[in-house]
Design a protein around this ligand. Sequence first.
Ligand code: IPM
Ligand code: MG
Length: 370
Amino acid sequence: MAQNILVLPGDGIGQEVMTEVRRVVDWFGENRGLEVNISEDKVGGAAYEAYGAPITDAIMDKAFAADCVLFGAVGGPQYDMLDFSLRPERGLLRLRKDLELFANLRPAICFDALAEASSLKKELVAGLDIMIVRELTGGVYFGEPRGISDLPDGQRRGINTQVYDTEEIRRVARVAFDLAGKRGNRVHSSEKNNVMESGILWKEEVQWVHDNEFPDVQLDHILADNCGMQLVRAPKQFDVIVTDNLFGDMLSDVAAMLTGSLGMLPSASLGARDEATGKSHALYEPVHGSAPDIAGQNKANPLACILSFAMALRYSLDRGGDADLLEAAVDRVLGAGTRTGDIMSEGSTLVSCTSMGDAVLTELNKTISG
Ligand code: IPM
Ligand code: MG
């Protein structure tokens, strides 16, 4: 039975990179029997321009009905003056919140061919393979009260609230332990229990899930500031890191940079599995943003978005073998020295976004013609 994919390219380079992903999806349809119905719509600034809002109820309905959402990127300086509720980012945040995509998987993998491009010494990052599991629907991103208010003395006050309940912590911890069991069997849980009560609860609940459900996985607790420091000091000590929404936002950017390029990193945002159907809502997006400075110039690196589709093959479409095939093709493209500007190094070949897509398809074709 055909599966339904909703494609939301969004703004800036989101458009260009998603064009290459669509070609890859078609390739799997033509050559590997992947059956999908694709529908495409707008999100972020593009949706604001077309519909007056960064996402609409109609698009949300499509997202609910889809087996997964492929998401490009949102935002751009032309939208900075918009009211907060109309900003492009609100479209993404509504998708995460309403689809209850509480577990955000952000792998930070260093491709051998790119170890030189890391801001750290090659030996510190070669072979790096970390999975950051970021809580995505709670914490300070959504906590109430929030807002900006006027004070009697003429000052203003900005408020956001960090809040977590037991089950919010336990369910994301389970995802992290479960993943660790299929990898290096180690989890670091990161919070600030030295200054925040929500951090104390986080630590205790993660420990509870460990002791009661995953006693065989090694668990360490690490303060979030120290975790940032350790990530740039000795990143290979980590296997899986589980952390809250805000710390996860920051730590995943740090981890991403270690790998040589933000332009390489995919992510998956997953909801709870429905007992009856075995399915869960899911959204796949590159970690990089809309990169307005290079948008529309055919310079963007489509690999993060292509690798996000590989994660979709693995986690939503039940095609782990195809995911392996695609990831291996990307690996060979890099190994051959094909580079977009963001990962360019001496002696490599600089290519456009489209040509990078071509290169991936060429490698995929070799797998069937051999
Ligand atoms: C991310 C981004 C988003 C976030 C923005 C675009 C709302 O930085 O996915 O990491 O802060 O979560
Ligand atoms: Mg971020």
